[in-house]
Ligand binder design. Structure first.
Ligand code: ASP
Length: 308
């Protein structure tokens, strides 16, 4: 059996067995808590700190719900857009909070690598969970995305998944690619304007496209991404209407995908920029299922790192 995780900062290089264990546990906990209507006490007496240096809606609230549903106490330390950054200030904050006795820190930060720095500086016994660092990793999003796909299409070795949009700045894309690849997906396609694509060497096993109509042909799932302007430096982008015309998911394009193609998006959605409203709200949309699965996946991760 692969060893229990003490921290979760990335899905890169996690064994397939560990990823599958977390997905199976997410489903087991979903059933045990009767889809959230029953509270469990497996983490009673443990304290989870949400330390968010960047804004968040879904991730923060679902970590909070996940911890509470397992019986843990939660502290929210919301720094929003504050100027606190890497360096002394961050570690001072960490040690101050640790002095109040914590079991896990859920951290989001604009600088890639911050969760690993916390792992190096955190007191022993404190687990660190990455809730998104820069453009590097968003492991619980990666897990909830593959769980959502698995629930509809467990035949991964038959599936083609397309990720479209601002891949260069997306930690979600990176964690999705790592998870999908480890789970043996048949093909991963990436599509976006050249300025928003990763270097080809970063993902040698993915097929890169710049023509969305060609990329979506026959795919089983399409994951749309928002333009992450907060991470862009001097990039010349087409205006929103021109972007939608080339890289927006509308019904015409969706009709080119495989039958029953799953439509996914990590949120927040920008309707009319990367996705048409009737597709986001349409019968093939799995976007709200992703949100629901986010709570169960985060319960599984907290349970993994905090189990005694
Ligand atoms: N919510 C996701 C993230 O934090 C995706 C996004 O912001 O576009 O990375």
């Amino acid at each position: 059996m692969s060893p229990r995780l003490r921290h979760l900062t990335t899905l890169e290089n996690l064994p397939r067995e560990t990823i599958e264990r977390l997905l199976d546990r997410a489903e087991a906990l979903r059933d045990a808590c009767a889809h959230g209507t029953r509270k469990l006490d497996v983490l009673a007496g443990r304290t989870v700190l949400n330390l968010f240096f960047e804004p968040s809606t879904r991730t923060r609230t679902s970590f909070e719900l996940a911890a509470r549903r397992l019986g843990a106490d939660v502290i929210n330390f919301d720094l929003g857009f504050s100027s606190t950054s890497k360096g002394e200030e961050l570690f001072d904050t960490l040690h101050t909070l640790e002095a109040m006795h914590l079991d896990a820190i859920v951290v989001r930060h604009k600088l890639s690598g911050t969760p690993d720095e916390l792992v190096r500086h955190a007191m022993s016994g404190v687990s660190v969970i990455n809730a998104g660092d820069g453009n590097r990793a968003h492991p619980t999003q990666g897990l909830l995305d593959v769980l959502t796909i698995r629930q509809h299409r467990p035949d991964f070795d038959n599936l083609t998944v397309l990720i479209c949009g601002d891949i260069k700045h997306s930690r979600v894309a990176r964690s999705d690619i790592h998870a999908l690849h480890t789970l043996g997906i048949r093909q991963i396609r990436l599509c976006g304007p050249a300025a928003l694509m990763p270097a080809a060497e970063e993902f040698p096993h993915c097929r890169l496209f710049d023509d969305f109509d060609a990329a979506i042909e026959g795919v089983d799932a399409v994951i749309m991404l928002r333009l992450q302007k907060e991470r862009m430096v001097a990039i010349d982008l087409p205006d929103e209407a021109a972007y939608f015309a080339r890289y927006g998911l509308d019904q015409r394009r969706l009709a080119r995908a495989g039958k029953g193609c799953l439509v996914m998006h990590p949120g927040p959605i920008n309707r009319g920029i990367e996705i048409a409203p009737d597709v986001a709200d349409g019968a093939q949309s799995r976007i709200l299922e992703q949100v629901g699965n986010g709570v169960f996946v985060r319960m599984a991760v907290l349970n993994e790192v905090l189990a005694r």
